[in-house]
Design a protein around this ligand. Structure first.
Ligand code: HPA
Length: 272
């Protein structure tokens, strides 16, 4: 498993010599458009990279793109894998560790999520300040690869305070409303029941989704700094009269994507 990341990084370095991405990006449902804005792009389909699982969800392309965004070298995962697709939790290891081996010290993630705060509005963005792993599994199950990180990695400060301040400053400059809060990842693929939404609220979560937490766990294990933003595509089940659907998720993710893309580009631009 850990050999996959080494093989993938070696293959990428051979086919894209001289690239040294500093920031890794993981783009969620309907938010992959940022990958298309990468300049001077060299792209690899997940299928050609050892150990990279093929995403099966509509709106998730499955490409790793190397190039420049806002003047900074990035490595962008356009399309991600979710546990509900049937992948083993460990299957996110090669994706994130490949970014680390390519030189990325920072990981920026986006996702679509359901809002749990009653004053939230679909289409708003939320900066993730902490998470709850509600998936009942971990991407670090099994023998630990000490060359990437320790057996028992700390998850305090999983979302870097310094990066949070940086992104909030960009949001203020751009006039973007950026909510803040804790993201809880559940397994999916069902949307939650209203009772589960009440459970998430009682646990102190502000948004609920089905991704991001595994990637952040793997990234923190190997020492990457993380920043993540959710697009709140809907109110959690039972909090509004709307019927929940993936189409609605994609519709609101697409509507908010221009704002989110500008925010992320502005943030990345502070690394020049
Ligand atoms: N629940 C879980 N995942 C989601 C939701 C939701 O309401 N909206 C978008 N992704």
């Amino acid at each position: 498993m850990s050999q996959d990341a080494r093989k993938a990084a070696a293959l990428i370095e051979e086919r894209a010599p001289g690239r040294s991405p500093k920031i890794g990006l993981v783009l969620g449902s309907g938010l992959g458009g940022l990958g298309d804005q990468v300049e001077d792009a060299i792209s690899f389909s997940f299928a050609e990279l050892p150990g990279f699982p093929e995403p099966t969800v509509e709106g998730h392309a499955g490409r790793l793109i190397l190039g420049t965004l806002a003047g900074v070298q990035v490595a962008c995962l356009q399309g991600r894998v979710h546990l509900y697709e049937g992948h083993h939790a460990n299957s996110v290891q090669p994706l994130i560790r490949t970014l680390k081996l390519l030189g990325c010290e920072t990981l920026v993630l986006t996702n679509a999520a359901g809002a749990l705060d009653l004053d939230a509005k679909p289409g708003q963005l939320m900066l993730i300040t902490d998470h709850i792993n509600g998936q009942g599994t971990s991407p670090l199950l099994g023998k630990n690869d000490d060359s990437f990180g320790p057996r028992f990695p700390a998850m305090t400060g999983a979302y870097s305070k310094a990066l949070q301040e940086r992104i909030k400053a960009v949001a203020t400059t751009q006039g973007v409303t950026l909510r803040e809060g804790t993201y809880i990842a559940l397994l999916g693929p069902t949307f939650e029941t209203p009772a589960e939404i009440r459970m998430c609220q009682a646990m102190g979560a502000n948004a609920v989704g089905m991704s991001t937490v595994p990637e952040v766990i793997v990234a923190r294990h190997c020492g990457m700094e993380c920043a993540a933003v959710s697009v709140l595509t809907n109110m959690g089940a039972g909090l509004s009269d709307e019927e929940l659907s993936h189409d609605q998720t994609l519709e609101f993710a697409n509507k908010a994507s221009a704002t989110l893309q500008e925010l992320i580009k502005g943030f990345i631009g502070t690394f020049t």
